[in-house]
Design a protein around this ligand. Sequence first.
Ligand SMILES: [Zn+2]
Ligand SMILES: [Zn+2]
Length: 332
Amino acid sequence: MTWKIIFDGKGFKKVEMQDETLKEGHIKIKPIFYSVCGTDKSILLGKYKLEKPIALGHEIAGIVMEGNGIDIAGNELKVGDYVALYPNYFCEKCIDCLNRNFNACRNKVMIGVRTDGGLSEYMMVDPRFLLKLPEDLQKILGPIIEPVAVGIHALKKFEEKDRRSVIIGLGGTGSLAYETARILGFNDVVAVEKNERKLELARMIGIRAFPSIREALSNKAINVLDTVGDNKSIGEIESALDLIPSKSEIVITGLGNEVLSFHRDSLIRRELTIKGSIIYNPTDFIEASEIVYANQQYYLKYITKVVKLSDPDILPSLLLDENNLKIIIIIQ
Ligand SMILES: [Zn+2]
Ligand SMILES: [Zn+2]
């Protein structure tokens, strides 16, 4: 027998089920660490509608238990390897995949968001969607490779590094992107966070954070990275649009169903650039693992809570928590 923790739209339940046999060409992994993210919260709150009850968990790292194969970076995988899950399976056949924009795949399968993710005893994964991690990487950093890759892909959209970069939102993506920006050579990075507790916590670990975008502006063109998936963050940008210097660039990562509207004259008269950014490509993911590996001590401070998953009932409060930057759950 084996188990999964299923979210049915209301609550989490541990469900016992028959062992699955390992499909040919697949690898069996034991998920160890699950990093909580805003997408999980959106699913819990019903903002992101599930098609069926699933096991959540897309920011996952674990151990290879059975099988072998070649991972996303071309490394050979064997039993005992520590791996990160690449939770957006792309099809390699659609128009975007053929253009090598795998992040925009039309047939993307989102593990832990649309179908079963890592909150389970075992996962069966195509090795192409795993990345072998260095043996001496602090294991707890394994699940944050994914959100770091989201930040890397978004930060690469900016044309200029030598100007102020303002990260909106210190959720998982935003707080890690703050550190990643610094490492990638953006030399003046600040953040905006509305939540007072989170703002205080961020300042305690050395993040230059402000409660509003107005306070984070500079008098030269800036980069704005929006990592919050709701209208409030765009409202925050809109509220300061008249003050944002000309030629500034705005990159938006947070997903949502809302229609965005910008004042046409503000956009045109000041030649603002607005770009969207969706997840990452394999190259970003591999780069994320290298950057995290080379800067472990810097990323560790963003993990402000580590909890062992003793009971599925503890999950809702952890997913809704607003008092931490990154929470890591030890699955088993
Ligand atoms: Zn995530
Ligand atoms: Zn595709």
